[in-house]
Ligand binder design. Sequence first.
Ligand code: 1GP
Length: 254
Amino acid sequence: MRTSVLKKLINNKKEKIHLTLIDPDKTSVEDAKNIAINAAKAGSTALLIGGSLGIYEPHLSRLVKKTKESGLPVILFPGNINGLTSNADAVLFMLLLNSDDPYYVGGVQAQAAPIILRMGLEVIPTTYIIIGHGGAAGYIGKARPIPYERGDIAAAYALAGAMLGTKVIYLEAGSGAPSPIPSSTISLVRKALDQAEYDGILLVGGGITEPEVARDLIKAGADGIVNGTIVEKDPLSLYKMVRSIKTVKSTRMP
Ligand code: 1GP
């Protein structure tokens, strides 16, 4: 199996990872291309493309193809099997670990796996954990969101993801969440992952609108952050956001 996109992410851990999320339901092909080009200029590490609602293949495929003109790796972030296209470079192969619906903890993965194999996409095994507000991802995925301040519960789920061998652990407050995951929760998750000598990537997303917040999350132990909503509202905000996380001095071993 190919691993080049995952390698790029892992190589970026020390200087921190920034992912720009594009939701095809909210974005035209032309706007997506502009966001992608802007993200590349701002120093974002890769593009994440996906969403929970309104994804249909012809639009998704066209949009992904156009965003590749930015030169950034394009990683699918599917909410379901309709979020797949062979035009992308890789896919977050998602396990929504705190869903109460077995469809999202086995069923959809079995539906998707043979399709992904045929498409030839690079697979990035990912544990997806919904925290706090949860947004559309939490509602559609029938998650039982972990309360924002319960870092101990989040840490237990993250450890489970590490022990299952997934390469990315993605803590999600939901796109457009009124508050991001608190840095105190991230600190507890980081501590647990370090104890388990986890060598994958800890990503945090949902409701991150201020560069200072992004910086605090990185300082608390996130390897990278995801921005979607602010990029749609103000593409130029990405520059400050990327700069704020890339200048955090790492005190941990890579
Ligand atoms: C959502 O984590 C991402 O899946 C990004 O969230 O849109 O709130 O930036 P925002």
